[in-house]
Design a protein around this ligand. Sequence first.
Ligand code: 5GP
Ligand code: ZN
Length: 112
Amino acid sequence: MAAECIFCKIIDGSIPSKKIFEDNEVIVFNDINPIAKVHFLIVPKLHIESLASCEAQHQALLGKMLLLAPKLAKEQGLSGFRTMINTGREGGQEVFHIHVHVFGGGDKLPRT
Ligand code: 5GP
Ligand code: ZN
């Protein structure tokens, strides 16, 4: 838990979110500012800043997050989707608690 982290506050319930999945290690909720019809974020409960801060000990957790993507995308009605992990300011990361974006729905997504 990092005191000023928005996603840690969503995890502890002090900021509300539209949750679609939760277990002891991971929470998944809809992005507040979606870029597609369906757009959710897969977030570990452990506060890790970014993919660049991950170490070997996080391998299973990262694998679990990725394997959740197709399962939850299907549950949300998507037949195809895009995953995205922004890393660092130059990589477009705004919330420094690692998360996997999953989005899709509607027309074919553009190349970038
Ligand atoms: P990043 O740019 O760090 O990869 O993505 C952060 C994402 O978190 C953005 O898509 C943004 O819309 C989303 N976001 C930021 N604050 C909140 C919030 O308070 N609630 C929810 N549900 N999403 C948020
Ligand atoms: Zn956090």
